[in-house]
Design a protein around this ligand. Structure first.
Ligand SMILES: O=C([O-])CC(=O)C(=O)O
Ligand SMILES: [Mg+2]
Length: 525
């Protein structure tokens, strides 16, 4: 028998009680566990509390605390809350997927193989919370119905010995398979996904970078799929923040937008992927591809990447400089002196790589230096916001991958930007779902970035922000979705003709009307 709701429930606000319980927890991880329990007990209430308190709760369910949740998942695990497809399921993957209740109603899956969770490396089966956290953002941020979401972790083993030795490790106790075996698994997986969830959009998340590129290439024209990391969403979100930052910096310096020079610290496929996306900034401002390429410099652990370096990896060749022939430039300060960048972007996962010397050099070269330390979570960030503000006397235009609080400096309050893909992927997903697009194209991603850049309110511009306030994420997601839908229509990949006949205003209203809301406390009782 279900116990009766106690009478006091009716005249007190249980959401307030939940918040108090949440706030009583001492650590981020405890807060995560509390929220997870709440979601298990009463999902509707969980989403009500989340929607009303997004700024407080998103950093717990998502970056940075989700990083701790993943690292410790085998130890904090309470109940099944997603699909594990393991390497041992090969041959039977569709049967495993059928165990998820959504079935044909499913619209969106976030799929990780746990091999590169944030900047934390190979976490194996502990990666599932990243899929769950992203889907909670789809639900809260874009208004996707919770019952149509599918969090998936592909458990193919892990190469992290610590987990293989952990008696409580949740995953399959083996090393990761060779490429050919994994490719076969992925092909069966994608085919099974289509069979079981015919309307599904798949977001690949935190695959190790080589695989991220390979699987996107392999599946993109066949299935509805995109990559949330540097290849698609992160590139788009950085492009968007850069468009607004460059405007602020150019206004302050009285220089043309095309004069910017961007230095990328970190030339893994993340750095190179974002660099390629940032070329659109210059091309949107009228430069040729070659001119755009010339405005980008890349740095790896050996220093400035030049074309004459022996044994240069393939993915680093495109941006390798041919205009420098001196002795190799190895320290970041030296490189900054040589390049004179207007913007410094970090995708290195090296904590504090942008030290005082580096930041002060950037400030001495630029009235308003653009500094984006993008590595996640905070423990891997290249520079803390407070330091960047102090060392530039408040002049820095800053966006980090992980969230920072506002900072007081000389009696003034400064707000950081968060250049995190969470601004973009909910809108890309919503637009793709509503337009019933067959594929997610580059142009849909680029238009999402431009829509985000254009979404600043006069008040946000006045406050010098480069990203809109996260509290508006539902509205932002609707605007982004609208741009994504129009791009899908232009490329003829959409399959919802009704939307073609709508004016822009009517389309926005249509999108907003589709956004799911949890029932309010009163309505549920
Ligand atoms: O999850 C985040 O905060 C951003 C992201 O996709 C990553 O760092 O891989
Ligand atoms: Mg990611």
């Amino acid at each position: 028998m279900t116990p009766r709701t106690p009478p006091y429930f009716f005249n007190t606000d249980h959401r307030q009680r939940c918040l108090e319980q949440l706030r009583s927890k001492a650590t981020g991880l405890e807060k995560y566990i509390y929220l997870n329990g709440l979601k298990g007990r009463d999902p509707n209430l969980f989403y009500e509390v989340l929607l009303a308190n997004m700024l407080e709760i998103i950093p717990i369910l998502y970056t940075p605390t989700v990083g701790d949740a993943c690292s410790n998942y085998s130890h904090i695990w309470r109940r099944p809350e997603g699909v594990y497809v393991t390497i041992e399921h090969k041959g039977n993957i569709s049967q495993v997927l059928r165990t998820w209740a959504a079935g044909p109603a499913a619209r969106i899956a976030v799929v990780t193989d746990g091999s590169r969770i944030l900047g934390l490396g190979d976490l194996g089966a502990n990666g599932l919370p990243i899929s769950i956290g992203k889907l909670d953002l789809y639900i809260a941020g874009a208004g996707i119905r919770p019952t149509t979401t599918v969090p998936i972790c592909l458990d193919l083993g892990t190469n992290t010995q610590k987990f293989l030795d952990d008696p409580l490790y949740l995953g399959v106790r083996r090393k990761r398979p060779a490429t050919a075996e994994m490719d076969e698994f992925m092909k069966e997986f994608m085919e099974a996904m289509r069979e079981v969830f015919p309307q599904l959009l798949v977001q690949f998340e935190d695959f190790s970078t080589d695989n991220a590129f390979r699987y996107l290439d392999m599946f993109r024209s066949q299935y509805k799929v995109f990559n949330d990391d540097h290849i698609n969403s992160t590139g788009a979100v950085v492009l968007s923040g850069f468009i607004n930052s460059a405007r602020l910096a150019s206004e302050a310096a009285g220089k043309a937008l095309t004069d910017h020079r961007i230095l990328f610290f970190g030339a893994g496929s993340a750095g190179i992927g974002v660099a390629k996306q940032l070329m659109s900034f210059f091309m949107l401002n009228g430069l040729s591809e070659e001119e755009a390429r010339q405005r980008i410099y890349t740095v790896d652990s050996k220093g400035l990447i030049t074309a004459d370096r022996k044994g240069l990896q393939e993915h680093k060749k495109y941006f390798a400089r041919t205009d420098y022939a001196g002795a190799p430039l190895t320290t970041l300060v030296e490189i900054i002196e040589h390049v004179k960048p207007t913007a410094l972007l970090g995708l290195s996962t090296i904590r504090n790589a942008f030290d005082e010397d580096v930041v002060r050099r950037m400030a001495s070269l630029n009235t308003r230096p653009i500094i984006f330390p993008l590595s996640n979570p905070v423990s891997l960030c290249e520079v803390d916001y407070e330091d960047a503000i102090r060392w530039t006397n408040g002049q820095v235009i800053f966006a980090s991958g992980s969230p920072y609080n506002a900072v007081e400096h000389n009696g003034k309050s400064y707000e950081p930007g968060q250049g995190n893909n969470m601004y973009i992927f909910p809108g890309i997903g919503l637009g793709t779902i509503l337009s019933k697009a067959k594929h997610v194209t580059d142009s849909m991603v680029e238009q999402a970035a431009i829509a985000l850049a254009n979404s600043l309110t006069p008040e946000e511009k006045e406050a010098d922000l480069v990203y809109p306030r996260l509290a508006r994420i539902r509205d932002l997601s609707a605007q982004i979705a609208s741009a994504v839908i129009r791009a899908a229509q232009l490329e003829n990949v959409d399959q919802n003709n009704l939307l073609r006949s709508l004016s822009d205003d009517a389309l926005l209203d249509y999108i907003k009307a589709k956004q799911w809301e949890p029932a309010t406390g009163q309505a549920r009782l």
